[in-house]
Ligand binder design. Sequence first.
Ligand code: AP5
Ligand code: MG
Ligand code: ZN
Length: 218
Amino acid sequence: MTQVLILLGAPGAGKGTQAARLCAARSLAHISTGDLFRENLKKETPLGKRAKGFMDAGQLVPDDLVLEMLFDRVAKPDCQRGYLLDGFPRTIPQAEALEKRLGKPARVTVLSLVVPEQVLIDRLTGRRTCKACNHIQHMLFSPPKVAGRCDKCGGELVQRSDDSLEVVKKRLDVYRAQTQPLEGFYSSRKLLLEIDGNRPEEQVFRDLERRAFGGEAA
Ligand code: AP5
Ligand code: MG
Ligand code: ZN
């Protein structure tokens, strides 16, 4: 049975940080729709060009573009055993499309990272991401050992173009209006597990792993 983990949470809640750890620990494919769009942007594909304006403005990319890209990705062989969705679904129509596509035989767990708004703003405006391997760091909360260089691979750490204070505020508004309703969607299906994401990274990770997998060995 395919295991599907859905990581919900506001921008800056720690989805990407925790997804990388969970996927490494549990051999799941890490599917981040934000990362997929950024790869398309870098390669200047037609999809990347269409997504760019929305991302720069802090808006969501239209559902049809997201769904096509996502369903192509999860059809790949590395998703057969299971995968973790980071940043998807983000609207009720996306969640409905996923539900329809998965059907009954999937085992779905929804983990929601809860973090207060001011903490989200501090995290996003200080975030740095590795250009080479996508590893996520923070200027204050996980400062690089060598200034400007990724702790994992030594690659260049850069700031995401949508992490300016102005765009961050817009993204948080969009989150509240369009994505937060998913908590009700999944809680009415008895699939929602809420996790306090405002704790040290390691503690959040242990809690997520315990809630998602119980005592199951990795
Ligand atoms: P996306 O890339 O998904 O961005 P997001 O949802 O805004 O989330 P972030 O990546 O900003 O935050 P995160 O939760 O991953 O936090 P992170 O772990 O990095 O989407 C970007 C754009 O693409 C969207 O705006 C939209 O336009 C488009 N898009 C993507 N998916 C879409 C979809 N499904 N539909 C429509 N459009 C879509 O952590 C943040 C910082 O905090 C880091 O610096 C990290 O080091 C630090 N940190 C993490 N955990 C901790 C901790 N426990 N303590 C202290 N610091 C911590
Ligand atoms: Mg992310
Ligand atoms: Zn790196």
